[in-house]
Design a protein around this ligand. Structure first.
Ligand code: PGA
Length: 255
């Protein structure tokens, strides 16, 4: 595998309440992110803040993303975000299939269509997969396999460089470092994800970055990254705290 920068995706979710606060969080994170050579930082704010934030920073070390994206380019789709509009307003990445969206009714087929649309427009899809719970019999592996297969169903081998997988076990989201997945279990899951992708696309799929998300904090960043053998992280609540997020970024850079 060619050595590549680690990816740290900040998922701000439905926060903060004002653009002033958004700028404060962004500027705090930016101070650290612009110094790091080994990390590509991706900030995914609520889409209304995207244009204002990207005007603050024009370099390459920080990119911007959206937290969802529709599969159609234009038209009568009230409330949806077009991949074209997202791209024209500074997005380079799109988080898709996040468990919080799946919980609101987004199904595998919708995720597959969204991934295809985003990739077609040259954005990088950050495809979220992850089981809601772990059962004794290991049925969650089959669940994970199915989510992966459906998400990349409309993707061809030629488009392999245009998506990353974010493994986010739903039970580990929004908690603290002690509730996150163990590095050993993450390693097992990251290997399994690679195996499934290999089964679909062949050897070239081994270069697809696998990220981890779910209660990432400075305290567990290094262990998850190294022990879990992942190429980056998806950070939720700690990405709204520039001090903690800056620490996470520095740890990833040094790892
Ligand atoms: P968390 O969220 O870091 O707050 O657990 C991660 C995510 O849901 O993307």
């Amino acid at each position: 595998m060619v050595a590549q920068k680690k990816l740290v995706v900040a998922n701000w979710k439905m926060n903060p309440a004002t653009l002033t606060e958004a700028k404060k969080i962004f500027n705090g994170s930016k101070r650290v992110a612009v110094e790091l050579r080994q990390v590509q930082t991706v900030i995914c704010p609520p889409v209304v803040y995207l244009d204002a934030l990207r005007r603050i920073y024009r370099g390459n070390r920080i990119s911007f993303g959206v937290q969802d994206c529709f599969w159609e380019d234009y038209g009568a789709y009230t409330g949806q975000l077009s991949p074209v509009i997202a791209k024209n307003n500074g997005a380079r990445y799109a988080i898709l299939g996040h468990s919080e969206r799946r919980l609101l009714g987004e199904d595998d087929a919708a995720v597959g269509r969204k991934v295809a649309a985003v990739v077609r427009h040259g954005l990088t899809a950050v495809i979220c997969v992850g089981e809601t719970r772990r059962d004794q019999d290991g049925l969650y592996w089959a669940f994970l396999k199915n989510e992966l297969e459906e998400a990349v169903r409309n993707i061809s081998a030629k488009e392999l460089g245009r998506f990353v997988i974010a493994y986010e076990p739903v039970w580990a989201i929004g908690k603290t470092a002690t509730d996150a997945l163990s590095p050993e279990d993450l390693h097992e899951a990251s290997l399994y994800i690679r195996k499934v992708l290999h089964g679909i696309f062949g050897d070239e799929a081994l270069a697809v970055p696998v990220l981890y998300g779910g209660s990432v904090e400075p305290a567990n960043t290094e262990a998850l990254l190294k022990g879990g053998q992942v190429q980056g992280l998806l950070v939720g609540h700690k990405s709204l705290d520039p001090k903690a997020f800056g620490e996470i970024l520095k740890i990833v850079d040094a790892a």
